[in-house]
Each structure stands twice: as structure tokens, then as C-alpha cells.
Design a protein around this ligand. Structure first.
Ligand code: ADP
Ligand code: MG
Length: 696
């Protein structure tokens, strides 16, 4: 039996270990940095480095690495050993300087054109707010990443800055409301992670999965998710073994893995952790995704984190549960028993409503990716239109505030099960709305439009920054008020009135909503290029610059990086399709047609049996489709070639890939899938959807 409390955090240089191993003064200085954001002294770093190294070596480590999150979308690491020469021997050494500063070559990481490729110098800087941990006998040190000239090159630095910015303004606002004991405010996140788990043997036979993470061809299996028998269904033995192993690996790393269940699509699952501060939640989610992949391998499985690995069944997302709490233990998004009298809650709610309305485009942009383009707007995931769901009770309260009416919150009522042996309980004040991209769920907001593979740092720094901006505007408006209650009430009423258009409690999947949203003036950006074009709108640049999160040049760089990344991904997908079509699919169908023809001819010469006609018509159909397929493959090749004329203009090129290349890919796939349905499994070169989705 696993002793979970003992296992938990055993691979983390956590608070308890620091307390045990650091001189008391050092421990206290470090805690001040972690809890209050105070600057860190080099002498503290030296003592911490030494204690960390001793612990790591005791645990069998020989190396350390700074672990960072560049703009590639995956984490990066560069390993150094602890050895230092000592005469003709070596000793294990790790200095404060090495802990604080690493120097990976920055030239091969995307910088969006703010740096020339020969400018190689980049620094990683220790982030003391996220604990170091051990993996594969290596000490991992979470770090931020910037260039020699100081440009931010990662996703962590803006997140840390946004947390600090939000804390500063929220504390000022709380002080206005008389909460003088609050000195720090922290954003918290609990990301629910969806994924697919498939057999490694099938994966190895699919170049599309290997190169792009999703299937580019594949006819639907006779059964998909229509029976809804997989959702919350009993977990298969092999999957359960993987999940248990995964939980243990994550617990060792201090990740609060809590809930696991089967999802809607066959072979799809979900893992949800208990929430933590945004920074740690981001690091832990990155770790979770990496550990999922590695653990799957141990079980002969592959974990797919792509947003849409299979056409025709649900894709994978990530729900970003987000809230704001004080150092005194209060959740600022908790309405309490009487939200109608809770002005503080109303004020913070108003900040979120205004932020989501004014920066809906940024929220859409932050979840845009080649993979997520397949989900957003489809009838399985939140639409590309950003709106908010507040629920019946809060929704009614907001209406009442706008109308200047009295409102009495329904409060929690009893849930009567009607069965004596079942306990009755309090039910929530409102039902859920699964279709809303940004839903209030009791004491937090759930941002649901994230794709499964996304680094959550990005949506969270944007969210924090936009809410910080609104709070700072509120502060300016309220700071000189003589009657604070009256001023807050007036502000809240005005904000709800001006921004009520972002609130929508109905069905976000309906066609009527698309029309209604257009009438309300909400954005509906259906693809990455469409959304990304607004990244550099003046209002968005101003937001980041004014709040000190990233500079104008850095925003432009991020914009270019995202577009370039999208182009590269679609380019790889197109090339993979062409390769599969030419090298395997066309030859396979051709052989099968040859075989059918041979059979038909043989039979024909024996007798004019009726089956001959059936077979010859199949021969005709397939030969026809094959011909079209070969022509379409050539069309796709030409389309890819045509992208060259947009070299140097990332937005135009991305738009071209979306409008032309992606459209051609769709047509080629249709033909390929039609042929798969008719071709003998013996001849078809790839495992089918049925085999992959039901193969574990
Ligand atoms: P729900 O029933 O709404 O899905 P859960 O309690 O199951 O709510 O939580 C879902 C996710 O939200 C979990 O990861 C949980 O840790 C996270 N969560 C709960 N409270 C907060 C909070 N205050 N801030 C951020 N995330 C939270
Ligand atoms: Mg949830």
C-alpha cells in the first residue's frame, strides 16, 4: 500500500525541507520573498543553493537544470552536472550564482524578430516562488527566461508580473473598502486536463499522429460517442493502472492530482488537480502534461494532448478555474450568503464583467491555436464568441442592480432526494451551463475555451492583467469618494449597465446565439489568423504596456511568433498528408483495385456470375476516387507551394494557410476517407479509427 502523505512532495524541495535544511535567518528571508514578493539577496541564494544541492545529491542526483517555458509552447531544459574539479578528484558543487542565473543559448528559441539570430545570449533566472523538484536524477529549478538585452522570451515572466500587478491594485481597492489587514492578493487556478490514451503500437503506425499529434485521414468507426457510455464510465484495467501510476508520479512532484474520470469520447479521460496559485498551477500543469506522456509510455500507451486528434468525436480542452484570494484567506469571488449586500463581491464581479467585455478579443486570442481551431465553434466546445454565464441567482441580482430594484438572493435551498436512505443536502444556487466559455461556478470563474495542450500561463496573465486594469480604474474613481458605499453602488450599477451585453445565460451552441451576439456587437473570430490580427490593436498594446507586463515590441514579437507557429504547424500537416497520400494510401488502393480486377476477370472467364457486376462496380468507384485523390494530392502540393509568395508577411501567410491550404486538406481527406470505407483492411496501410479508439 502506498503511503500517500509520505509520498506527496517527496521529490520536491518544499517548505518543510527548506525549514529543516536552511539556517533559520535564510529560511525567513526566503519566505519573505515567496510570500510578500520581497527582493532576494545573493547570500540567501548561496545558502539555498547549497542546501538544495545536498538534498538532491542525497536523492541520487548528479545534474541540475534550469527549467523554463519559452515561446515554443513546450518547456525547455539544459542539464549541467554538479561536478567541480578538486585536485585530480571532483566534488559536487552548486553556487548561489548558478542557482540564480543560467545561460542557455537563446538564438534557437523564437523571439518574433525582436532579435537577430546571431544574438545568442539568453538568461534564465530562478523563480523562488515555485519549488525545485527532482526528475530522472536531475534537480529541476523553475526559472524565467529573458534575452541579453532584457526582452522577455517566456510565458512565466508576464504571469509573475501580472500576479504582482493585480495584487497591488486589488490591495489598494480593498484598503478603500476598509480591509486594511490585507497585504497581498493572489490569483488561484485549478486546470482540468483532458487527454486521449491510445495503444503505442497503433500510434507507431500513424505518421500523422507522430508528426502532427492528430489524424489527418480516418473514416469514422461504426461506433463513436453516440451512446454516451464512455463518459464517467467504469475505467478499464489498463487505463486504471496508468492513472494510478500517474497519480503517484504527480504526488511525488507535489502536484495535487485529485479527480480522474473517463470523458465523452472513447479513449478520452480527464484529470483535475486541487487549485493552487497561478504560477505554481502553471508549472504543475506543464509537469502534468509531461508526466502523462512519460507514464503512458511505461504502459505501452501514448497520451495525446492535441485538441482534436480524431474527427467526428469530441476534442480535448482544459478548463481554467480561476479566482482571487487574499492573504487573510478570503476568496474575493465568493458571493457569501447575501451577495445583494456584499458590495466588495459586487465590485470584484464588476471588474471581471468589464474586463471580459472589453478584452473579449484577447481572451479569444489567448486560446487560439491550430489545434483549438478545430474545437471552438464546433458543437462540443465553447464557441469562438466569448460571453459570460452568471447563473440564475447572480444574473437576477445583476438585473436588479441595473434596474435599481431590491433583490433577495434565493440562497441555498434543500435538495430533497425523496428517498429515505439518501441524505438530503443543500443544492447550489444555480444550475450549470456547460456551453458557456466563461462561467461563474459558485466562487470562481471557469474559462473553458482553452485547448488541451495550451500553456495556461498565457490566458492567466491576460486575465490577471485585464482585471488589474479594471480595478486600477475603479481605484482612481473611488479613491476620493466621501461616501464610499454610495460611490461603489453607483460604480457597480453603471458598469453592469454598460457591460451587460457580455452576459449570456442561454445555449451558446445555438445558431440564434451567433446572430444575437452579432447584434450585441460581440466578436466572433473563427480561426487563429482572424483572432490574432487583433492582438496588436492599440487598446490591447496599451493594456500590457500601461500595466508593465510586456513592452510594445514584445507584444509584436509574440504576435509574430504565434502566426509563424501556426503556419509551420499547418505546413507540416499538409506535407504529412501529401506523404501519406503518395507513399501509402494511393499505392494501397491501387493494389486493392488491381486485386479486385484480377478476381473479377478470373470469374468472368469462368462464368458471368452476378457478383462480377458488384465487384466491377466497386472497381469503377475506387478507380474513379483514386484518380481524383491523386489529382487532389497534386492540388494540395500546389497550394503549399503557393504559400511562398507570402514569405515575410506572417498574417497574410497564416490567412492563406487557413483559407487555401487547410481547405485543400479537407477535400483530400474526404476522398481518402471515402476510399478507406471501401478498401479491404488487409490493404489499408493504417490502423482504423475503430482499432485506435477502442484498442486499449
Ligand atoms: P466544479 O464542481 O465547479 O467543477 P470543483 O470543486 O470540482 O468544482 O473544482 C473544479 C476545479 O476548480 C478544481 O481543479 C478545483 O481545485 C478548482 N477550484 C476550486 N476552487 C477554486 C478557486 N478558489 N480558485 C481556483 N480554482 C478553484
Ligand atoms: Mg468543472
Amino acid at each position: 500500500m502506498t503511503n500517500v502523505p509520505e509520498l506527496f512532495g517527496s521529490m520536491v524541495f518544499n517548505d518543510q525541507k527548506m525549514k529543516e535544511r536552511l539556517p533559520h535567518a535564510t529560511y525567513k528571508a526566503l519566505k519573505k520573498t515567496i510570500q510578500n514578493g520581497e527582493p532576494l539577496d545573493i547570500s540567501v541564494a548561496t545558502a539555498v543553493a547549497n542546501a538544495m544541492k545536498d538534498w538532491a545529491v542525497e536523492m541520487g542526483c548528479t545534474h541540475y537544470t534550469h527549467w523554463f517555458q519559452p515561446m515554443t509552447g513546450v518547456t525547455a531544459e539544459k542539464h549541467d552536472s554538479f561536478i567541480a574539479p578538486d585536485g585530480d578528484q571532483v566534488i559536487m558543487e552548486f553556487s548561489g550564482k548558478e542557482l540564480i542565473k543560467g545561460e542557455p543559448d537563446a538564438s534557437s528559441f523564437p523571439s518574433g524578430g525582436i532579435r537577430a539570430t546571431f544574438e545568442a545570449r539568453g538568461y534564465t533566472t530562478w523563480d523562488p516562488t515555485s519549488p525545485a523538484f527532482i526528475r530522472d536524477r536531475t534537480l529541476y529549478i523553475p526559472t524565467a527566461f529573458c534575452s541579453y538585452t532584457g526582452e522577455v522570451l517566456d510565458k512565466k515572466t508576464p504571469l509573475l508580473r501580472s500576479m504582482e500587478r493585480l495584487s497591488n491594485v486589488a490591495v489598494k481597492v480593498l484598503h478603500l473598502l476598509g480591509k486594511n489587514e490585507v497585504t497581498r492578493v493572489t490569483t488561484t487556478v485549478g486546470p482540468e486536463q483532458e487527454y486521449f490514451l491510445i495503444d503505442k503500437k497503433m500510434y507507431d503506425e500513424r505518421p500523422d499522429l507522430i508528426y502532427t499529434g492528430r489524424t489527418l485521414f480516418g473514416a469514422p468507426a461504426p461506433k463513436g460517442q453516440e451512446l454516451e457510455d464512455h463518459y464517467f464510465g467504469s475505467i478499464k484495467t489498463r487505463v486504471a493502472a496508468f492513472m494510478n501510476d500517474l497519480d503517484e508520479e504527480l504526488w511525488k512532484l507535489g502536484v495535487l492530482a485529485k479527480t480522474k474520470h473517463n470523458e465523452v469520447a472513447p479513449s478520452q479521460h480527464e484529470l483535475a488537480p486541487i487549485f493552487s496559485t497561478s504560477n505554481i498551477a502553471t508549472d504543475h500543469n506543464e509537469l502534468t502534461m509531461e508526466v502523462m506522456k512519460k507514464t503512458a509510455e511505461k504502459h505501452g500507451l501514448v497520451c495525446l494532448l492535441h485538441e482534436k486528434p480524431f474527427a467526428g468525436v469530441n476534442g480535448s480542452g482544459k478548463h481554467n478555474n480561476w479566482s482571487i484570494g487574499t492573504n487573510t484567506g478570503e476568496n474575493l469571488l465568493d458571493p457569501g450568503k447575501n451577495p445583494e449586500d456584499n458590495l466588495q463581491f459586487q465590485l470584484f464581479l464588476a471588474a471581471v464583467v468589464k474586463a471580459v467585455h472589453e478584452y473579449q478579443d484577447l481572451l479569444r486570442i489567448t486560446v487560439a491555436s491550430a489545434g483549438n481551431d478545430h474545437r471552438l465553434g464546433a458543437n462540443e466546445a465553447p464557441p469562438a464568441i466569448i460571453s459570460m454565464y452568471l447563473g440564475d441567482d447572480l444574473g437576477a441580482l445583476v438585473e436588479a442592480i441595473i434596474d435599481g430594484r431590491e433583490y433577495k438572493s434565493a440562497g441555498k435551498s434543500d435538495m430533497l432526494t425523496g428517498v429515505d436512505v439518501l441524505p438530503d443536502f443543500k443544492k447550489d444556487t444555480s444550475d450549470r451551463n456547460r456551453t458557456s466559455p466563461f462561467a461563474f461556478t459558485g466562487n470562481k470563474f471557469e474559462f473553458r475555451a482553452l485547448g488541451s495542450s495550451l500553456n495556461i500561463g498565457c490566458p492567466n496573465y491576460m486575465l490577471n492583467t485585464m482585471v488589474a486594469e479594471e480595478l486600477s480604474e475603479f481605484y482612481d474613481e473611488l479613491k476620493d469618494a466621501s461616501d464610499m458605499d454610495a460611490a461603489v453602488k453607483a460604480l457597480v450599477r453603471r458598469v453592469f449597465t454598460e457591460h451587460k451585453n457580455i452576459i449570456f445565460n442561454g445555449d451558446n451552441y445555438s445558431a440564434e446565439w451567433v446572430e444575437e451576439a452579432a447584434r450585441r456587437g460581440l466578436c466572433n473570430y473563427r480561426s487563429l489568423p482572424e483572432a490574432m490580427a487583433h492582438y496588436i490593436d492599440k487598446k490591447n498594446v496599451d493594456l500590457f504596456v500601461k500595466n508593465g507586463i510586456v513592452s510594445e515590441a514584445e507584444i509584436h514579437a509574440r504576435y509574430e511568433i504565434e502566426l509563424e507557429h501556426y503556419v509551420k504547424q499547418l505546413h507540416i500537416e499538409a506535407l504529412t498528408m501529401i506523404d501519406m497520400a503518395q507513399k501509402n494510401i494511393a499505392p494501397a488502393v491501387s493494389s486493392f483495385v488491381g486485386k479486385l480486377t484480377e478476381t473479377a476477370l478470373a470469374k468472368k472467364s469462368l462464368s458471368e456470375s452476378i457478383s462480377v457486376y458488384a465487384e466491377t462496380s466497386l472497381v469503377e468507384e475506387l478507380s474513379d476516387e483514386l484518380e481524383k485523390f491523386v489529382r487532389k494530392t497534386a492540388d494540395l502540393e500546389r497550394a503549399v507551394d503557393g504559400a511562398k509568395k507570402y514569405d515575410g508577411d506572417n498574417l497574410a501567410q497564416a490567412t492563406y494557410y487557413r483559407d487555401v491550404v487547410f481547405a485543400e486538406m479537407g477535400k483530400l481527406r474526404e476522398l481518402g476517407d471515402a476510399m478507406e470505407r471501401k478498401t479491404s483492411a488487409q490493404y489499408w496501410p493504417y490502423p482504423s479509427y475503430g482499432e485506435i479508439l477502442f484498442g486499449v
